[in-house]
Design a protein around this ligand. Structure first.
Ligand SMILES: Cc1cc2nc3c(=O)[nH]c(=O)nc-3n(C[C@H](O)[C@H](O)[C@H](O)COP(=O)(O)OP(=O)(O)OC[C@H]3O[C@@H](n4cnc5c(N)ncnc54)[C@H](O)[C@@H]3O)c2cc1C
Length: 404
């Protein structure tokens, strides 16, 4: 594994950092307070190519590698988690699934406009009564003629009201002896008759983002919209999470970095007992812990990104990167507030927003408890990752940058 970043990687970092720091940082507090997503975010991310960053050029993307995706997520979440959430759902949970499992005609129809940012995409797995226990979902897709009729509700869906396409998992075979085998995945256009969406308000964090619900009432979907084979829905959903979790891990690393930066600035400035508070060893201890968390989280996500580039299965490594970075980002944000004292407790400073945002990532894309079960399962050899029919394609610079 090569730890050096290429010129292209640095270019991505600079471009995304410029967007996040110059265009979003000055307005983010206002939108977080309003609990609203700024209208310019999605079109601007599309214009900059961020929404198709690691999709081959022939499918409308920028042809960069998976490490570039991670670096972009780190820069985005160093400003606000809502920016990285866009990448987690539009790219990690949806577009990469189309790249991995889609037919050529599905790539043509759905992936190309998504990679260009002409269409926005989300991911509907969670339901009002079902989260971690995916196989217990109740949404159904009943086969009728040459298509399906979908009924059910998906809840806590990021970008639900901003999206044109949703990757939805529903039950096609209620009789399957193993309920995991009874699920299938579909790409559903949100403007289909019977689809309705709404926003959820009153969230603790990601307030400058969009989280909502999608309801399906007798929604007719042609067979061409089914992603993968019938019965492959659970495997597809889990492969989506391998990509989504990678973006969450990289983003949480950026949040640790932001907490560290804010803490260092404040500790060098604030004085108590005749000296800067950074001179106190108990403050230094908190800062040292953030340095350790940042460096370790970064190595973990870069390893997962490198494995993706090689075409290696990375469920175990990505789960560890996500679990570690999200837990540590919550801890870093909490200690950053402590270092800021009373000012950290108000929204005059960014650190209280970091803490509120960090909590969400410990819940979505596998709660910390689920990742602990996974890691223990691998260590105890209760768990392994059998090969799937369609693995995420390895990165091939020449091929991915070809226009045809
Ligand atoms: C801001 C936000 C955005 C989201 N975006 C999306 C999205 O875009 N798409 C989508 O599909 N979903 C999304 N989600 C939903 C998210 O993925 C779920 O909340 C998550 O999977 C957990 O499910 P749950 O909330 O139903 O909790 P539950 O599964 O009901 O879990 C409740 C508690 O029980 C624990 N628990 C459950 N099972 C076990 C077990 N076996 N062992 C030990 N403890 C266990 C959990 O860890 C948790 O602490 C989002 C959630 C949030 C908060």
């Amino acid at each position: 594994m090569d730890f050096a970043l290429s010129d292209e990687h640095r270019m991505v970092q600079e471009m995304v950092r410029g967007f996040a720091q110059k265009e979003v940082a000055p307005i983010i507090k206002e939108y977080d307070r309003k609990q609203q997503m700024a209208d310019f975010i999605l079109p601007r991310m599309a214009e900059l190519g961020i929404l198709g960053i690691c999709i081959p050029v022939r499918y409308g993307g920028q042809g960069m590698d998976y490490i570039s995706l991670g670096l972009a997520c780190e820069e985005l979440e160093a400003v606000d988690s809502t920016l990285r959430v866009v990448m987690s759902v539009h790219m990690g949970l949806n577009s990469l699934a189309l790249l991995q499992w889609g037919t050529e005609s599905q790539k043509e129809k759905f992936l190309i406009p998504q990679a260009r940012g002409d269409k926005i995409a989300c991911f509907g797995l969670t339901e009002p009564g079902v989260g971690s226990d995916v196989a217990a979902m109740t949404s159904t897709a009943r086969r009728v003629g040459d298509g399906y009729i979908i009924n059910g509700e998906k809840m806590w869906i990021s970008l639900a009201t901003k999206s044109d396409h949703a990757l939805v998992v529903a039950r096609t075979d209620p009789e399957a002896p193993d309920p995991h085998d009874g699920l299938s995945a579909f790409i559903v256009e949100i403007d289909r008759v019977g689809v309705s969406t709404g926003d959820i308000h009153g969230k603790l964090g990601v307030r400058a983002g969009s989280t909502g619900w999608i309801a399906f009432q007798d929604v007719e979907v042609p067979r061409e919209n089914r992603l993968g084979e019938e019965g492959e829905g659970f495997k597809i959903a889990m492969s989506c999470l391998d990509n989504g979790r990678y973006t969450v891990a990289a983003g949480a690393t950026g949040l640790i970095r932001a907490s560290l930066k804010a803490s260092v600035e404040y500790a060098n400035d604030r004085r108590a007992f005749g000296r800067e508070i950074g001179k106190f060893q108990l403050v230094q201890q908190k800062i040292a812990h953030m340095v350790k968390s940042y460096e370790a989280a970064k190595l973990l996500y870069l390893r997962a990104g490198w494995m993706k580039n090689q075409g290696m299965r990375n469920t175990q490594e990505t789960s560890l990167a996500k679990w570690f970075a999200t837990d540590e980002s919550f801890q870093a944000a909490s200690e950053a507030i402590q270092i800021h004292g009373a000012y950290g407790y108000s929204d005059e400073y960014d650190v209280e927003r970091y803490l509120r945002n960090a909590k969400g990532a410990i819940i979505y894309e596998g709660t910390s408890e689920i990742h602990q079960l996974m890691q223990a399962g691998y260590a105890l050899e209760y768990r392994s990752d059998p090969q799937i029919r369609c693995e995420l394609p390895a990165y091939d610079a020449d091929d991915w940058q070809k226009s045809q």
